[in-house]
Write a protein that binds this ligand. Structure first.
Ligand code: PEP
Ligand code: CO
Length: 440
């Protein structure tokens, strides 16, 4: 938690935000919970993605549009692979606060508070910029409201039309490098053509042209989160009004900590990051605290162990959850356990390791006979060079050319879509194996 020094301004800002309209509404949150409950049973698949940290400086309509477009493309490919609806969750419209392992950053003899996300302080390395400023919460709220307004328009105003979305994907598979994904893309196109031929189109079925899209972010800055809670008049319970789903980060998930305590009191779906230091006993405590009535769709467990650790760290947690009968959605964040420093000095992740962790996640669930229900990735619609590998073969030497992230390295548009194709293939081949086993 940041140490604000200007307490008077902090209190004024909190009082102001407490009067602002909530960004999301209880009915939407209930719809998301139902969709996540379906995912917990394998009847839906979750795609959660977006920036590591949204920033004030790179805020633009085009960027939001491009990220949203890639998420829709990925969702279509995954729907085809998983053969179930895809729950679409952005790391958007509120993903501003960042947990840091080191409270202090040192550069050339100067020590300053670490950058904690634009809602708290400024990335520039000066004492004034790094001082936590409560007024930044107002800008985060405004940017979130504007982002959500655009996302709502894109979701229902024709932009999300399946035929358009897939046309962009076909364009991607036109390139020689993406040749291996062309066959799957063509099969999706055939399915669309078939639907249109039998009369299922935007006029007859709203699913063709509209999508449900939800927002999510790490519930880290409790001053902001608390100021945005509202009573839901239908249930008389507290709703976090800052985003549809909130998650608790790997650094702040102490069972008796403030972040669990806050999340316990709101009705939103809650994500919990599960990293290498989480043991089954603590997870059990967390689940009892956050979801005493074992409501389906309330809890999403986001595994982020790293490609080398997922195979031995995830099984004990999955086994405990299964034995205790906890209803959860298991999804895989293959980003945060695979961060490395490149030979050229950049924080990066390799596409290959990201894919390897996802495959490890599917393998664990196959052997435990549980449900791998989704993926969580840091991505952008921009053509950045922050992660290495993929068909574009970004190398250590390329990283400097378009390295724009305010925090962790993101998959670019091409790497994101490629990952969706590979996850779709993984799901299809595992389904094929299962059918074979049942038949024989
Ligand atoms: C994040 O999702 O950006 C993050 C900080 O993750 P974790 O808490 O898993 O490290
Ligand atoms: Co991150």
């Amino acid at each position: 938690m940041p140490e604000y020094t200007d307490i008077q301004t902090l209190e004024t800002v909190e009082a102001q935000i407490a009067k602002f309209p909530p960004l999301v509404f209880a009915g939407e949150v209930r719809t998301l919970k139902q969709q996540l409950a379906a995912a917990s049973l394998g009847e839906a698949f979750v795609l959660q993605g977006g920036d590591c940290a949204e920033s004030f400086e790179s805020f633009s309509a085009d960027r939001i549009r491009d990220t949203f477009r890639v998420l829709l493309q990925m969702a279509m490919v995954l729907t085809y692979g998983a053969k179930v609806p895809v729950v679409k969750l952005g790391r958007l419209a509120g993903q501003f606060a960042k947990p840091r392992s080191e409270p202090i950053e040192k550069r050339e003899g100067l020590s300053l508070p670490s950058y904690r996300g634009d809602i708290i302080n400024d990335l520039r390395f000066t004492p004034a910029a790094r001082n936590p400023d409560p007024l930044r919460m107002l800008q985060a709220y405004t940017q979130s409201a504007a982002t959500l307004n655009l996302l709502r328009a894109f979701s229902t105003g024709g932009f999300a039309d399946m035929t358009r979305v897939h046309a962009w994907t076909l364009e991607f598979t036109d390139s020689d490098r993406a040749e291996r994904y062309r066959e799957l893309a063509t099969r999706i196109q055939d399915t669309i053509d078939f639907m249109l031929a039998v009369g299922i189109n935007a006029d007859t079925a709203h699913e063709i042209s509209k999508v449900d899209f939800f927002t999510s972010h790490e519930s880290l800055l409790l001053e902001y989160e608390e100021a945005l809670t509202r009573i839901d008049s239908t249930s008389n319970c507290w709703l976090a009004g800052s985003g549809h789903m909130l998650w608790i980060g790997d650094r702040t998930r102490q069972p008796d900590g403030a972040h669990i305590e806050f999340a316990r009191g709101v009705i939103n779906p809650i994500g919990v990051k599960c990293g290498p230091s989480l043991n089954a006993e603590d997870l059990k405590l967390i689940l009892h605290r956050l979801n005493p009535h074992n409501e389906a769709g309330r809890i999403t467990l986001i595994a982020r162990f790293g490609a080398d650790q997922i195979g031995h760290r995830l099984p004990p947690l999955v086994q405990m959850v299964k034995q205790e009968g906890f209803r959860v959605v298991w999804i895989c964040d293959p980003m945060h356990g695979n961060t490395i420093k490149s030979s050229t000095g950049f924080k990066t992740r390799s596409f290959e390791r990201v894919l390897k962790e996802v495959q490890g996640f599917f393998a664990v669930h196959a052997s435990e006979n549980t449900i791998p229900a989704g993926v969580h990735i840091e991505m952008t619609g921009d053509n950045v060079t922050e992660c290495i590998g993929g068909i574009q073969a970004v190398t250590d030497e390329d990283l400097h050319s378009r390295y724009h992230t305010a925090c962790d390295p993101r998959l670019n548009a091409s790497q994101s879509l490629e990952l969706a194709f590979l996850v779709a293939e993984e799901i299809s081949s595992r389904r094929g194996e299962k059918i074979k086993r049942v038949v024989s």
